[in-house]
Design a protein around this ligand. Sequence first.
Ligand SMILES: *Cc1c(COP(=O)(O)O)cnc(C)c1O
Length: 232
Amino acid sequence: MPTSPLARVLAAMENANRHEARPAPRLVAVGKTREAGEIAALASEWTDLRPGTALAFGENYVQEAAAKVAALEGSGIEWHLIGHLQSNKAGLAASLFDWVQSVDRPKLVAALADARDPARPPLNVLIQVNVEAEAGKHGCAPAEVPALAAAIAGRPTLALRGLMAIPEPHPDLEQRRAAFAAMRGLHEALLADHPGADTLSMGMSEDYELAIAEGATMVRIGTALFGPRTAV
Ligand SMILES: *Cc1c(COP(=O)(O)O)cnc(C)c1O
């Protein structure tokens, strides 16, 4: 019986993927409000469970991430920006992160591509899609994906890796499943033009097993690893 939250989540991810002929989905641990020490502890447990691979860690805010990236230098963590990115923070984001999952407009593509040091590996980029067309929500419209993908693919300092979505947490699981299935369709269409765009990032603590069953190749999990967030 797996005992730690991380071991339990990894086991549940494998179980959710068991009928699929494809590689195991990737976990991005989400650390909002968590201290560097807690992240370091998770990274060391990760190294025991998955030797030779890097813990992927997601942050919502560029500024908060800057302090943690500095405090955890040398820990081998792969840093993902999963929160909304303002264009004026794109320069800092392009130097701090290995992945930016929240790219949703041409201006941001240009700002990240210009800022990424060409001597470093390309910045991995996901296009964030507002798949249910929710008012006031970040992410591009599904119809905007092909043009954004072409813009990203045209920049050598960026690597187009796929799509990301944060669907509404509908109490009705069938509605969640429909949003995930719509993302899977968009991802398959994208892959036809961009074979390197192998990532579909969707699913959080409450619904990652459903998301994996519907085609997620990457899930982003906070609460199930760290417990409930205290209000800030
Ligand atoms: C907070 C957050 C998560 C993780 O949410 P949990 O429900 O705590 O697992 C995933 N993705 C994004 C974009 C988030 O902001």
